[in-house]
Write a protein that binds this ligand. Sequence first.
Ligand code: FAD
Ligand code: SF4
Ligand code: SF4
Length: 489
Amino acid sequence: MTAEAAAAPVAPKSAPPKLNPVRVPIAEEPVDARTKDFREVLHAYSKEDAVLEAKRCIQCRRPWCVEACPITQDCREYIRLVADGDFDGAARVTLRENPLATCLCKVCYHYCEDACVVKKKGVPIAIRHLKRASLDYGDDDLAYVASKPKNQRVAVVGAGPAGLMMAWELAVRGYSVTVFEQEHRYGGLMQTIPAYRMTDADVETDRKRFRDLDVKFVDGAKVGRDFPFDKLVKEDGYQAVFLSIGTPSHRGLGVPGEQLPGVLPALDFLKDVNQGKPVKVGKEVVVIGGGDVAMDSVRTALRESHGGRVTLVYRRSRQEMPADPEEVHGAEHEGIRFLFLKAPLRISGEQKVEGLVVQGMELGPPDAGGRRTPVPVPGSEETIACDTVIIAVGQKADLTGFGGELDLKLTSQGWPEGKGKGFETAVPGIFAAGGRSVVYAMGAAMEAADAIDAYLSAKRGETPAPRPDPFGGGESFHKPAGYTAPIRV
Ligand SMILES: Cc1cc2nc3c(=O)[nH]c(=O)nc-3n(C[C@H](O)[C@H](O)[C@H](O)COP(=O)(O)OP(=O)(O)OC[C@H]3O[C@@H](n4cnc5c(N)ncnc54)[C@H](O)[C@@H]3O)c2cc1C
Ligand code: SF4
Ligand code: SF4
């Protein structure tokens, strides 16, 4: 090395960005007040707090958060815009890839936050809550625009998150879409989410942005019961069909006493409460289950019991509970009693529910999914006195009218899927998908939409193009800079 080289100034190594591990707090309605009615529990950020929180994001070169989002929402970009105080820009970015953003900013299980690098040092960026800030303070009354009509028609069966995502994906590409829904409301299982988390109005706010798209909604039409499924293609001339029928039916326990008055299926209970229908909840309520539906049921039962006691009974331990930790925390905070390692044996009572007989369990070896299996403890039966039992142990699909020729696969959580690429069924042009959460269902529909577009483009003798800018600008769907591959958390 020459003397000059040795004396030359050395460029300082760029210091790693400093992570601020402390999140700007998200305020909550006090427990005493919020358990008396269905007022919203989480408060929105103020504009100033949103900017402060967004400034914690270090704008990673590789956007781990985006890669963990099943619909590739460019959250890194909307966070950058919020940090700059550009809420209109942030709202546009949010809605560009996410036609159900008003719902998701309240109920998404924020897989992005689990992947956020800040989580390694402290609390991840409040990505979901910043999505909400982008819509609260930016112009979110935007209308989606269809590209040149393709003159091809697609039927979507089921207006849950997967069906709505599919309708949007195809309509912005210029297809004509009809959505058939058996209920008179839209949103699928989102209809059962309690009003203290989200409401029907959120679904309608999102659906309003579809107003200029060629999407026709037909409600109160149960395909397979009101008319045969194959009529859609054979008589009505749809060139492709997407089945997004989800899991609208209750799954029972199969124990004696399930038919007694006072036993309520969780889905019916939650839906009835949301629709303002009368529900009969006593003063000693037991909810059976350990998932998100069980969490929504205990918290809703608490509000409906007006001062009663609500107990959750789960056959494994807390560690094995599949429910979202945020919801478990909310239930605990509101005073729900948790009884772990107890499996229901029967519901007792003559004319109505008087108790739940349970068997004590201990944890055995892990099952195929890695969760430890509950094993009965002999001689550990006991009765929990109660007047209401709500069963929240799962949902299932209703395949009435859908023939075996589709060769559908039922997932472990119950919704039907096509086994082929892009969720195509054994019948060409018929696709089927759904998902374990709102955004996963949308992600599956996003993948199926590409497959349907490819299928219909081939019929026209064209090559499919990426999803165009849904606001009619020049920009087509893009993967954010630095994006490498989807990760699943
Ligand atoms: C109580 C509860 C709380 C939840 N909370 C959350 C949450 O906080 N966050 C989250 O991300 N996820 C949550 N989920 C899960 C989420 O709602 C589902 O994963 C998601 O709705 C699945 O979407 P999907 O479109 O696949 O099916 P679904 O939502 O089940 O929609 C299927 C639609 O098809 C319709 N349909 C069915 N058969 C027919 C037919 N033959 N003809 C016409 N229409 C038909 C149904 O009526 C329904 O509208 C919750 C679920 C429940 C039950
Ligand atoms: S949609 Fe859900 S997972 Fe995706 S960025 Fe938003 S909060 Fe995160
Ligand atoms: S991973 Fe976290 S810190 Fe990195 S860009 Fe995403 S939100 Fe920001």
